[in-house]
Design a protein around this ligand. Structure first.
Ligand SMILES: [Cu+2]
Length: 261
């Protein structure tokens, strides 16, 4: 009998401890509040500007951790979280970290077949870096330019217009009156038809401004059939366009909000 009583007592004790633990952490209520805060931040604060955000809630206190792009967004995130019912206090630990401007290009050839991509990044000291990954192209040197219209209509890509030239200069780095901001020189495609190259264009930007690649009507990158002599008007005797891709601001993804809890 004594043993039974002891076992029952132990059982009650374990049950009590279990209940105490559960009520102390309040997992259900806090998870719900956290989810509501996250949903509200996603709806009210532009997702693509929240780069790495972590939300936790304990007893009505919401902690915001991670990075946002500006002071304004830090304030806005806090204000949004405070507006959620059940939130008593917001602990704002957000760090400010401006995100690099990026853009992307998907190239097609004259038949419309995909022949590679380019990733564009704003350099911290100015200019735009182009990282090109190309395939199924003729081996050899090819002139590479940014053209002034973001339309790639096959097969001749005339739709992309002239070279992007906001400063009204002449063509080519070797031209004393040069060069067009969109002149990117030559790239070399290997015997296997691929190229993995980086080119930096000092005059270009992805930020707002005269020389911005992100503009009404857009811009496009064109690969020409032949080598650019970097001095002849209007496009360095580089032959006809063989591939074209529109420059597009890199899209945000829902992974913009990383939740670990
Ligand atoms: Cu061109």
């Amino acid at each position: 009998m004594k043993t039974v009583m002891t076992i029952m007592g132990l059982g009650c004790l374990l049950l009590w401890v279990g209940c105490q633990n559960q009520s102390a952490s309040r997992p259900v209520r806090d998870a719900t509040t956290t989810a509501t805060v996250k949903a509200k931040l996603a709806a009210d604060v532009r997702l693509d500007t929240l780069t790495n955000l972590d939300v936790t809630t304990e007893n009505g206190n919401v902690s915001l951790n991670g990075t946002v792009e500006s002071d304004e967004l830090k304030r806005l995130s806090e204000e949004t979280a405070r507006g959620v019912s059940g939130v008593a206090r917001v602990i704002n630990n957000l760090q400010i970290a401006p995100k690099a401007d990026t853009a992307k290009v998907e190239f097609i050839d004259s038949t419309g077949k995909q022949v590679g991509t380019a990733s564009l990044t704003e350099e911290s000291g100015g200019g735009v870096r182009f990282r090109l990954n190309l395939n199924k192209l003729p081996p050899g040197l090819h002139g590479l330019h940014v053209h002034e219209t973001g339309v790639c209509t096959k097969p001749d890509f005339k739709s992309a217009g002239k070279h992007f030239n906001p400063e009204g200069k002449q063509h080519g780095a070797e031209n004393p009156m040069g060069f067009h901001a969109g002149d990117l020189g030559n790239i070399e495609v290997g015997s296997d038809g691929t190229a993995d190259v980086e080119v930096t264009a000092p005059q270009l930007t992805l930020k707002p401004g005269e020389n911005s690649l992100i503009r009404p009507g857009g811009t496009a990158v064109i690969i020409h059939a032949g080598r650019d002599d970097q001095k002849s008007e209007p496009s360095g005797n580089s032959g006809k366009p063989i591939a074209c891709g529109i420059i597009e601001k890199a899209p945000f993804t829902h992974s913009a909000i990383h939740t670990t809890r």
